[in-house]
Design a protein around this ligand. Sequence first.
Ligand SMILES: Nc1ncnc2c1ncn2[C@@H]1O[C@H](COP(=O)(O)OP(=O)(O)O)[C@@H](O)[C@H]1O
Ligand SMILES: [Mg+2]
Length: 367
Amino acid sequence: MESKLKLGIIYGGRSGEHEVSLMSARSVLSVIDHNKFDVVEIGITRQGQWLIGKDLWHKLKSEDYDSLQEAIFLPSPQKPGIYVREDDRMSLYSPLDVVFPVMHGTYSEDGTLQGLFELADVAYVGAGVLGSAACMDKGLFKDIMIANDLPTLPYRVFNRYMIEQDMETCLQMAETIGDYPLFTKPANLGSSVGISKCNNRSDLMEGLMFASQYDRRIVVEKGVEKAREIEVGVLGNEYPTASIPGEVIPKDIFYTYREKYISDTAELLIPANISDEMATRVQMLALKAYKAADCAGMGRVDFLIDPETDELFLNEINTIPGFTKISMYPKLWEASDIPYPQLIEKLIDLALERKAQRDLTEREFRS
Ligand SMILES: Nc1ncnc2c1ncn2[C@@H]1O[C@H](COP(=O)(O)OP(=O)(O)O)[C@@H](O)[C@H]1O
Ligand SMILES: [Mg+2]
């Protein structure tokens, strides 16, 4: 009999999206087929500590860590797995064949965690170091879109020190992007944290200062009034496919943190209310962007449409999108005939496939 795969599911994390990760992980855990996988749950606290133990999810949720044990994950590739300390010695708690990081944002979705998995030579779900980092940084992502002739809104990237030292020049440079409204964003964040819609120069000054609290890199971007927000799921490695597009209809002035996680007033529409031609164009552009940014496994590709002109712009790719059963990414696939449990298994298969591809790479050169 074939032995079951050891599947690590990591959740929590040192990010503003810790809570969201817990919600996503609960959904993922509830559908894993235990005939196929031995699940090893690993929790990361808001402070970044890795933990294992009984009733882990609830303990993490209530921030009650006392009875949990420290999980040790080593970067050496000899025997990837989770280790624990026992009587001053390290012992193997469980090997790992594949890991699903069900975490969003910093230290999870930005290439840092992926780097650790690469060092340890373990298969993992989702984009690698490059794709994760490229999609996490809104400025670099837009640079990649431009380099590949993919449509994105005009923008400029500022550094925090420029904003601190010469606000006047930053304001002038930002105003060359186009007329107000302009959006100010921390380059490396999600969930709409630190984002402002600026209708005039004084808003812009506040927006720049606010965004620079959250990152050293700040993006200023041309705003679209009453932008329509279209999202499409992409799944696959070398030959990815796109789901049918969905639409988010926010009720706030834009799709804010409050609306994403608190007020629940935004409407999710699947399929999006767009023409067939537009849907095909969205899917085609989503796949191009996914490949250009070196994504793998999965990605939710988000677009903005200017309702005045019907122009389509790539906004961002989320390499670990929200994963609750009611989140957009799984819903899009459900509507495209891949039910939630099957989607998870497909992602694990893709992780193993990508690892097998990586293993073909020659690592040594000796003359
Ligand atoms: N250029 C823009 N024009 C109009 N609305 C925007 C623009 N950029 C962002 N938004 C609004 O702000 C929200 C969050 O911005 P986004 O770039 O998607 O960052 P996040 O990673 O935090 O989701 C979007 O969903 C949209 O509602
Ligand atoms: Mg977004």
